[in-house]
Design a protein around this ligand. Sequence first.
Ligand SMILES: [Zn+2]
Length: 165
Amino acid sequence: MSIIPNAQQTIAEEQSEPLSEVRTDVTTGHRSLFSKKVFHPDDVISHFYWEEVRNTPTYLTVQIGEDRHVELLPTYLECANHSCHPNAFFDTTKKQLVCIRPIQVAEEITFFYPSAEWDMDQPFDCHCKSAECIGHIAGAKYLSPDQTQHYRFTDFIRQKLHASN
Ligand SMILES: [Zn+2]
């Protein structure tokens, strides 16, 4: 998690929403989602929806079922980055991005990618620097039973975890 008030890193603000804003690192082009208000656990940060269901994942999709992957709308939500110590959760049943840890104004909104992805299209090595960092992020399928204790998962992923135990 990072709080980046440094204007040099975040000059471009390409899209503003009432409750959050996208910031783009002008050097890398990397986009992030930052909160514009204080959120408490269970607060709804955003509602979302989708129009098209794909049968394969991409780096932008969230999984809602077996061979069912969607790009969330509004599109700025795709800027929410991964953290191993997330403060938000995409509830794909209620179609709500909810707060799971207190979020301050100007704090980055993050979620745990495997919470909504069984087997990721583009695994990566995490550098979130949180004490809880689990390193290689490849999807819920690859988490240890101990790791799964610490996270909230979508209903679909929870079913998959139960079925694989
Ligand atoms: Zn991490």
